[in-house]
Design a protein around this ligand. Sequence first.
Ligand code: 4PL
Length: 243
Amino acid sequence: MKLEGRVAIVTGAAQGIGKAIAQKLHAEGAAIVSVDLQGEGADATAAELGGIGIQADISSEADAERIAQTTLDHHGKIDVLVNAAAIVPFVPWDEVDFAYWRKIISVNLDGAYLVSRAVEKPMREAGYGRIVLISSNAFYAGTPNMGPYLAAKGGVIGLTRALATELGKYGITANSVAPGITRSEGCLATPHKDSFDFVQMLQAIPRHGLPADIAPAVAFLASEESGWVTGQVLIADAGHIRD
Ligand code: 4PL
């Protein structure tokens, strides 16, 4: 129980990796604030785990602020932010237009910035915080058909380093977990689902990745005991990438 007494916001908690993270942090003793664009899914996770569900779009400044304020109103503090909300796209480069590029950057990168910014002040005042931003090993692999996603996830890693550098003196760490291809609803809804057997050949551990395989790495970085680790990327992908 490494998160007893902690309050954790998990975005993208309706399904997939985000939901598995919410379940794991709850099992480790944290009170969970389940956030998702799909409000019914957020509420379903909250019904399962206790705590509150919040319907919100992380790419909205007002929504990001509301996530933090609602958490403070209900729980009085924010110990942990895990940003797992993201769009998992599959669009060949030749079909990417600027509006689509902006959309992916807006949710996958601007969203990570906005929710991190929203929790910073209460964490700073408390002198404690754990920020975990979900990136992707696709940034390292250069996975095809995800151009704006690669750019956004690389940006998330840059943001992680910036937050770590600037917030360390306030007792706040910032790290990223980079999953490999995972049998999440978001990935299985795209043609990426046909890649599992191919990627499995590149992995050190030869089976398909599940959301529950990612969550323990997040729980470590969300816990107090990870306090000497900041600005890092923990690649959780069965050894597909050896960075
Ligand atoms: C290796 O993050 O990391 C497909 C779809 N393949 O979303 C991902 C790999 C996908 C990935 C990802």
